[in-house]
Write a protein that binds this ligand. Structure first.
Ligand SMILES: Cc1cc2nc3c(=O)[nH]c(=O)nc-3n(C[C@H](O)[C@H](O)[C@H](O)COP(=O)(O)O)c2cc1C
Length: 382
């Protein structure tokens, strides 16, 4: 599909006038009164029905970026897990996301863990989920993506394994082979905490073998969309160094940092903090940004990174970019703040770039590392 994308500097339709009002303030009380998963299902249904509207403004030119031969109108994406089954990718693009990540999709349909399996930690601006890769399966997802084949906008597909598959590798190679013709980028997700054994795939030798096989599967398709690996925030320094080495040695195209955490940082105030699963949102911001910065340093800025974890403002997105992210994703903040958040993040990010003298996102990627290096050799950064 990348070949059918617009490649010019001025993608179509951005300046199309706004046609829909923001209904979120009206439906917010209803969504909050529902259990989190029911609220999510309703949100997706509304999006798929075209009730969510179109972003008010065209994206500021500083936010445009070309990566992997793809034109991103802005660097803010919706993270995996929000639209696992590709029910509303175009509605999410119309809301103003610069990229939409579908999935995680497993080869065969599976129902995931028993409900309830998502918990709001209101006082902490956080969620805990133990969904367990509930998925409509590859056939269903790819059918939907095939129907939108000629639409504009960057849509990635995040691939996982079925819970009952003893050997993970064929699940990933099948997913990659089948999704490659319909995905602008692919993600190998080895970091969900809710599928037993999944995160063990991050161990050096296992990861290297897996990535070599999925890259070969992708290359056989002839379409070669960029392939990224999504990692956990709960890694030891040795594991991080191993993953960085494997990433560079195998030639994958980038990394997404990070998935939810199994840690429970001290200071969580919500009673739901004791639930099992992956924690996302505000408490994940600092640890995931630390891992992001470390991976940028370990890969010497040679791989584009997508920063995700606790982004809830323009300042947060800018911090991810300065720490080394070329693109930024969010999920949990959207649950608490609604879709109006996105416009504010984009406008605020453009203002922060301008304030600091950056003409583009690309110029600011990893800027904190340059400052740290200048300080370490005794130069005063300008
Ligand atoms: C309910 C829920 C389901 C998720 N499902 C997936 C998933 O299927 N695959 C995946 O890679 N990440 C999944 N994630 C993780 C997010 O993509 C993201 O990495 C994480 O939530 C941190 O970002 P945030 O703090 O902005 O939410 C899920 C997160 C939540 C809250």
């Amino acid at each position: 599909m990348p070949s059918s994308k617009w490649k010019g500097s001025a993608p179509p339709n951005w300046s199309r006038p706004e046609r829909v009002v923001d209904l979120y303030p009206l439906v917010r009380p209803l969504l909050r009164a529902l259990p989190p998963e029911a609220a999510h299902r309703l949100t997706l249904t509304a999006l798929a029905a075209g009730l969510a509207g179109t972003s008010r403004a065209s994206d500021p030119p500083e936010l445009h970026q070309r990566l992997w031969g793809l034109d991103f109108p802005n660097p803010i994406g919706i993270a995996a897990g929000f639209d696992k089954d590709a029910r509303a990718p175009d509605a999410l693009l119309r809301l103003g996301f610069g990229l939409v990540e579908i999935g995680t999709v497993t080869p065969r349909p599976q129902s995931g863990n028993p409900k309830p399996r998502v918990f709001r930690l209101e006082a902490d601006g956080a969620l805990i989920n133990r969904m367990g890769f509930n998925s409509g399966g590859l056939d269903r997802v790819l059918e939907r993506l095939a129907m939108r084949r000629n639409e504009d906008g960057i849509v990635g597909v995040n691939i996982g394994k079925n819970r009952d598959s003893a050997d993970a590798v064929p699940d990933y190679t099948v997913g990659v082979r089948r999704a490659a013709p319909l995905a602008d980028y692919l993600v190998v997700n080895v970091s969900s905490p809710n599928t037993p054994g999944l995160r063990d795939l991050q161990a050096r030798a296992v990861l290297e073998a897996l990535l070599r096989q999925v890259l070969a599967a992708r290359d056989e398709t002839g379409v070669r969309p960029p392939l990224l690996v999504k990692i956990a925030p709960d890694l030891t320094p040795e594991e991080r160094a191993d993953i960085a080495a494997v990433a560079l040695a195998t030639g994958i195209d980038g990394m997404i940092i990070a998935n939810t955490t199994i840690a429970r940082p001290s200071g969580l105030r919500s009673p739901q903090a004791k639930e099992a699963g992956g924690l996302s949102g505000r408490p994940l911001f600092a640890p995931s940004t630390t891992v992001l910065a470390e991976m940028y340093r370990l890969t010497a800025g040679r791989l584009p990174l997508i920063g995700v974890g606790g982004v809830a403002s323009a300042e947060d997105a800018y911090a991810k970019i300065r720490a080394g992210a070329s693109l930024v994703q969010l999920y949990t903040a959207l649950v608490f703040a609604g879709p109006a958040l996105l416009g504010g993040v984009k406008t605020g990010l453009a203002a922060l770039l301008r304030r600091d003298g950056f003409a583009s996102v690309a110029e600011a990627v990893g800027a904190d590392h340059a400052v740290a290096a200048a300080i370490s050799i005794g130069l005063s950064p300008s």
